[in-house]
Write a protein that binds this ligand. Sequence first.
Ligand SMILES: Cc1cc2nc3c(=O)[nH]c(=O)nc-3n(C[C@H](O)[C@H](O)[C@H](O)COP(=O)(O)OP(=O)(O)OC[C@H]3O[C@@H](n4cnc5c(N)ncnc54)[C@H](O)[C@@H]3O)c2cc1C
Length: 368
Amino acid sequence: MGQPPIIIIGAGISGLSLAKALMDKGQSVLVLDGGRVGAGASGAAAAYLEPRTGSGGLRAIEWESLARWPTYAQKVAEATATDLDYRRSGLIHVAQEDGLPRLQREFKQRQEAGTHVTWLTGDEARAEEPALSEAIVAGYTLDQVHTLDARKFCSAIAALLRQRGGEVLEDTEVLSIAADGPGLVVHTSRGDERAAKVVLCCAMGRNHIAGLPDDIPLSRPVRGVMLDLAGDAARPLVRRMVKHSKGVICPRAGGRLLVGPTSEKGETSLAVQETVTTDLLEMAARFVPAVRTLECTDTLVGIRALTGDGALKLGQSRAVPGVYYSLSHGGSGFLRAPVVADELADYMLDEAAPCPFISAYLSRLTTA
Ligand SMILES: Cc1cc2nc3c(=O)[nH]c(=O)nc-3n(C[C@H](O)[C@H](O)[C@H](O)COP(=O)(O)OP(=O)(O)OC[C@H]3O[C@@H](n4cnc5c(N)ncnc54)[C@H](O)[C@@H]3O)c2cc1C
């Protein structure tokens, strides 16, 4: 009997990208998901890739990840013949009078961080995007922002894993994990699986799996809702992503627009009240009034999971070595995926691997 695989719990962006990185490094993987591929937060994401300002470690991860994304996405797209709707058209960040001080502050922060941004008057913003409201007083463009179709990406990466001999099992909920000699046994709703190592990439699901040690952090929920609006493929309302103080209006293939997201702390329900969708639509209409004319064809709901201070949490349990975790991806799981997956995979294969970008967020068994 061969060596059991590395089991990854969760077929969202964190689990799928890690599985790919491990396979790239020669490992055999089994991904288990209690639902469908990309059915968690990953399937609800706008998946805009906008690195932050500031000077912390997350900034370095995010800029490096953005630099890797075009090649990363291209390889997945080519191998699976999928159009990921990957766009590098940047964003236009706009404000009405009440949002002007914040817009100016953010513009200044971007400039001070050395990012190329261009300030626009209201009229200049409307010249860039004619559907913008007359009430917009200013904006700025930021070219270094990419977007992709989150659901298509998750499906494509799962297809790629299968193509290369990895397994991705849906409707297979992990109930508990236990140490078993030198390895681990994972009890699922469909029976037991043996594993050389296990990685928790299951966001809020971490809180419900039995047998996990206390040194793996619990997650707390922040619900996000986005509306998927049908549009005219020949005449899309906006060309590039429009950002405002409460969210984004994100163009997608076929003239569709994603509008949102909400950020509702503590909310776990996947049933969305009508007031939530009405508020999202009205908020978007303040900036692009014609969104009111579009039909809402889908409501996307996802629970972002955060832990402790909300920063990324990566590592290995001291209490049960061999159980790893990739948690607390919050609102940036797509953006950071190429770097996080690659370095976490390195760490899983060599405790002493340098992991230059993620080291501040990585809890190692040994200290250097
Ligand atoms: C509305 C919204 C908009 C967003 N926009 C962006 C954005 O523009 N850019 C960006 O970078 N990020 C964005 N995010 C954040 C991003 O979606 C998350 O950071 C990312 O999806 C987290 O990925 P994950 O794989 O950790 O979690 P998830 O995608 O939630 O995946 C976890 C998976 O684990 C499975 N699972 C749970 N428990 C078990 C169990 N016991 N057994 C088996 N499987 C289990 C679930 O079924 C699920 O599929 C957004 C999120 C939301 C909600």
